[in-house]
Design a binder for this molecule. Sequence first.
Ligand code: NAP
Length: 509
Amino acid sequence: MAKICLCLSAKTLERNLEILGKYRKYADIAELRVDCLDPNERLMIRRFPELADIPVILTIRRVVDGGFFDGGEGARINLMARGLAYADADKRRNFAYLDLENDLDVPSLEEAARTFGTRIIRSYHNIETTDADLPFIIRSIPHSGNDIIKASVKANSTRDVLSLLRAGRECTGQDKILIAMGHYGIYSRILAEKFGSFMNYSAVLNEPDISISAPGQVDIKELAELYRFHKITANTKVYGVIGHPLKSTGSPRFFNTIFNIESINAVYVPFPVDSLSTFFELAQELKVCGLSVTVPYKEAVIPFLNNHHLDIIDIGACNTLLMGLQGWEGTNTDARGFSDSLLKFYGKSNIKKHRVTVIGAGGAAQAVVHELHRLGAKILILNRSAYKARDLAARYKCKWGGLDNRGIEMMDKFHDIIIQATSLGMDGCDTAGSSTDPVEMYRFSGKEEVMDLVYNPEMTPFLKRAANAGCRYQNGYDMLIRQACYQYARFTGKDFPEHLTSRVQFGNT
Ligand code: NAP
């Protein structure tokens, strides 16, 4: 089982011990980042393993490898020697591991380490990119005996993460650590066990004086408690959410919490994806069992499906994937999540002939229109790209327009309910300086029932205007929970336990 290593990157040994004391219960190993220490503290590292009382890695990272040590190689080697000096017969008083870069050739250090049972981590770093010849680089890392091979490279794409996974697969019979640094590689850290890694390096994100020591590191508490890192084994099923840029997502909190409560051997991770075809290759190698699909992929995933539920053909957007015997099976839980939520909010079981404006014509809007049509509403669709509103409207024989004066005027006849289904107002939606309210020219009368599918932030500029005019309103959070409960049922084959709804929240990770 992969281990959790807590990176200690404070300026003093005392502060590192304090942090270790606070987070010890999550860590199997600690890494003393000597390069982060104040210079005078660096001279006192020898006693640290004894004081820490946990296996400790001695690491003095160079600037070129993303560290802070700029004192020259001679001084660095001297410091390492100082850390290993006067080795104790009681191994717990020595550093358990020594990180030596692959290009550092100092046989005396290696010998000193090996003589007293300090394991060598032979590390390769590239803080800029993932090397094209990574398998060769990994194979060429000099090592012997029970050394651990480490490759830590910056992933700038999904392809880079796949390259790292494959390069690691080629290196068998050897303990190894594979890290795809940066946002694209976040799941290489959470799924260290699945990547075949001996351990994962984690950070503490809630200590004001500590900054993470490598990009993409996951908070140790989150890793241990939310992702249940220590319980991930070869049998643990992998689920996740794909999207781009996927800078923040609440889905891992929702699914991992319910998996934990229900004792389901599964983990749910964020998959930032820049290429669907590459990601599906990677998903196959990682044996991913199910996926939630978010912006901007709800339509783009459809060609990758082997089997569609009828609703996918009708709706034209897919937000849930399940790996079946023949390949990916797609379904859409946004649709039922939306209509359940709308009817509850509206307080009526029937909206037949009620007049509704839908703003947007993307993946979410398609599910919304599908459901409004099923429920017999009269629909107007408005969208920035008017042709998409036209195409969607043609499928359901409803009215359409652009987000212009004419479109806004048409809303006067479709204003029992107004649904905002664009990404405008959503955190992280790039509007290039333009308004975040798609219908800012529309004057609410106060009688409209208004729903915004956006849930983060809770109040969008559009929803604030509706509220100020006296309208009843609701954001997308309730729909989010409902569609996720349907996804849970799809992933696990079991209904979501309703009594747990209030215990399982979406929250950003
Ligand atoms: P999508 O397929 O990428 O569609 C985006 C929509 O937003 C399109 O209609 C697009 O218009 C419009 N849009 C984007 N930027 C715009 C701008 N600057 N000005 C005007 N319109 C703009 O995304 P989606 O999957 O439909 O998601 C849309 C929103 O719904 C997201 O905020 C998402 O988080 C939310 N959502 C919520 C739930 C929930 O459970 N509450 C479920 C699904 C989605 P064009 O066609 O002109 O590009």
